[in-house]
Design a protein around this ligand. Structure first.
Ligand SMILES: NC(=O)c1ccc[n+]([C@@H]2O[C@H](COP(=O)([O-])OP(=O)(O)OC[C@H]3O[C@@H](n4cnc5c(N)ncnc54)[C@H](O)[C@@H]3O)[C@@H](O)[C@H]2O)c1
Ligand SMILES: O=C(O)C[C@H](O)C(=O)O
Length: 357
């Protein structure tokens, strides 16, 4: 039988050990993260969500926790992740979820991650453009990407924070400066434009949105969002009025939500759905599944601009192939000419921001 002294000594040793170990739920040092993978009940990917307590972050965290391809989910934000993490950790899906709060825990949240999704930053209010968010969000994205370059330079990075047309070039410059840039691994998330396009086109055609695929090219703001209705699957023809209605509604889908929310933010639920869909496609491709095609805003040579959203083939290394624009009709060609000027200015603004530091 154990004597009381012996028991006390063992208790003291255990207490000292626990006090010297960082609380796993709140994040820990790099070493802890290697142990963490073994804690997932099934092998899978390690994913970090930065901006996890926000309007997009919370529903997206739930959808990612439900994804069987993910074994470890790290939730980072400057506020409220302990509560979000505690809440989410009670759901009976296999991913292990850990919370990290405040800039001191950013690096711990990123160690060993294979996919990093970034919706951190402020959303629009009515009357604002996405570019009006630049002054705040540019610095946030830069800091978070510096963390990625340092702690998980091989991770695939999905940028959601607006203005995407500038934040993706900002991220590229950060990675270039750190010597970790691989254009295949950096993607601006434009899936919400495709999700909206599929929905609105399905409404017009009177069919199930699941059957519809609309390529959306360009960027992610106003006229830089260009749905290619001539390439819709299933092959469909639209009247001139339908084309004008659909193009306008797809280009202004974000503003439609911002105005309806009347100051309470922008799209969160549909964005979380779109980001989860894009993350799932990316992870299936990383696993080696063939033929996974999505639209994304990536470093590209399909036009003279350095970044452009088009259909891309995802693979084990991220973006494996970028598809050409395909045949465009007169209306789409005109839209392409108009969007390039605005998109170029936004890209240049992002590129210049990082160079200034
Ligand atoms: N790409 C798209 O299609 C798309 C769609 C919708 C929204 N967005 C953009 O996503 C962003 C987030 O929108 P939201 O509705 O979730 O906003 P939100 O304000 O509800 O949430 C943003 C979260 O980011 C956190 N945050 C702020 N600074 C941070 C930092 N330095 N590090 C980590 N986290 C930080 C905040 O604490 C907050 O929890 C906005 O910029 C919005 O415009 C993009
Ligand atoms: O419109 C916004 O500001 C958010 C987002 O970019 C969207 O398209 O919903």
């Amino acid at each position: 039988m154990e004597t009381q002294d012996c028991f006390r000594r063992r208790l003291a040793t255990l207490t000292a050990h626990l006090q010297s170990s960082p609380p796993i739920q709140q994040g820990g040092p790099c070493l802890e993260m290697d142990i963490c993978r073994a804690k997932g009940s099934s092998p899978g990917f390690k994913v970090a969500l930065l901006g996890a307590s926000g309007g997009i972050g919370q529903p997206l965290a739930l959808l990612l926790k439900m994804n069987p391809l993910i074994s470890v989910l790290h939730l980072y934000d400057v506020v409220n992740t302990p509560g979000v993490t505690a809440d989410l950790s009670h759901t009976d899906t296999s991913a292990v979820v850990r919370g990290f709060v405040g800039k001191d825990q950013l690096e711990a949240s990123l160690q060993g991650m294979e996919l990093v999704i970034i919706p951190a930053g402020v959303p629009r209010k009515p009357g604002m453009t996405r570019d009006d968010l630049f002054n705040i969000n540019a610095g946030i994205v830069r800091t978070l990407c510096e963390g990625v370059a340092k702690c998980c330079p091989n991770a695939i990075v999905h940028i959601i924070s607006n203005p995407v047309n500038s934040t993706v070039p900002i991220a590229a410059e950060v990675f270039k400066k750190a010597g970790t840039y691989d254009p295949k691994r950096l993607m601006g998330v434009t899936t919400l434009d495709v999700v909206r396009a599929n929905t609105f086109v399905a409404e017009v055609l009177g069919i199930d949105p699941k059957l519809v695929k609309v390529p959306v090219i360009g960027g992610h703001a106003g006229i830089t969002i260009l749905p290619i209705l001539s390439q819709v699957t299933p092959s469909s023809s639209f009247t001139k009025d339908e084309v004008l209605y659909l193009t306008n509604r797809i280009q202004n889908g974000g503003t439609e939500v911002v105005e309806a929310k009347a100051g309470a933010g922008s799209a969160t639920l549909s964005m979380a759905y779109a980001a989860a869909k894009f993350a799932d496609a990316t992870l299936h491709a990383l696993k080696g599944e063939a033929g996974i095609i999505e639209c994304a805003f990536v470093a590209s040579q399909v036009t003279e601009l350095p970044f452009f959203a088009t259909r891309v083939l995802l693979g084990r290394n991220g973006v494996d192939e970028i598809f050409p624009l395909g045949p465009l009709n007169d209306f789409e060609r005109e839209g392409l000419v108009k969007l390039k000027e605005e998109l170029k200015a936004s890209i240049d603004k992002g590129t210049a921001f990082t160079a200034k530091k």
